[in-house]
Design a protein around this ligand. Structure first.
Ligand code: 5GP
Ligand code: ZN
Length: 151
C-alpha cells in the first residue's frame, strides 16, 4: 500500500520516533506547527476515525498513546492539544489515522502558527498545502526516545 505512515511504521521511511510499542508509534511531525508537534499512529492501516475498522479499542489506544507521548515530552503539566483531522473538510492530508499532539502553543506569537487565533490565545493548527509525499531524513528506526526531553 502506498501510504507514507505505513512506510514510517515499517521503518521504510525514517522518522524521529518518540514512543513505540507493537501497535502504535509516535514520531515528530516533519512540518511542525508548534514548538512540539508529534503524530501518533496505529501501525495498522486505518484511514481515520470514521473508518469502520477504527473500533473503540483502537481509538482508545490512540488517545492513550497520545497522552503518553505528551507526558514523555514534558507537556503534562503545561497542557497540550490533541487534534484529529477527518477527511477532506477536516483537512486530513494523510489518509492513515493519526492524532496530532501539539505543545508549547502559548509560547508562540500568533502569527508564527496561523492567522486564525482562538479567543484564549491558542492558535489553530494551520495547514500545509502538500506534505503527504515528503520524506524525512534523520533519526532512522530508533526504538528509544531520541529527542527527549523536550527541546
Ligand atoms: P493531516 O493534515 O493529515 O492531519 O496531517 C498530516 C501530517 O503529517 C502533517 O502535519 C505533515 O507535516 C505530516 N507528515 C506528512 N508526511 C510526513 C513524513 O514523511 N514524515 C513526518 N514525520 N511527518 C509527515
Ligand atoms: Zn497506512
Amino acid at each position: 500500500m502506498d501510504c507514507v505512515f505505513c512506510k514510517i511504521a515499517a521503518g521504510e521511511i525514517p522518522a524521529a520516533r518518540v514512543l513505540e510499542d507493537d501497535a502504535y508509534l509516535a514520531f515528530h511531525d516533519l512540518n511542525a506547527q508548534a514548538p512540539l508537534h508529534v503524530l501518533v499512529i496505529p501501525k495498522r492501516h486505518v484511514v481515520n476515525v470514521a473508518d469502520e475498522d477504527a473500533d473503540e479499542a483502537l481509538l482508545g489506544g490512540l488517545l492513550d498513546r497520545a497522552r503518553q507521548a505528551a507526558k514523555a515530552l514534558g507537556l503534562e503539566l503545561k497542557g497540550y492539544r490533541i487534534v484529529l483531522n477527518v477527511g477532506n473538510d477536516g483537512g486530513q492530508t494523510v489518509r492513515h489515522l493519526h492524532a496530532h499532539v501539539l505543545g508549547g502553543l502559548t509560547s508562540l506569537q500568533p502569527s508564527a502558527v496561523s492567522s486564525e487565533v482562538d479567543d484564549d490565545g491558542g492558535a489553530e493548527l494551520s495547514r500545509s498545502a502538500s506534505v503527504a509525499g515528503r520524506h524525512e531524513a534523520g533519526a532512522g528506526s530508533l526504538r528509544a526516545h531520541p529527542r527527549l526531553p523536550a527541546r
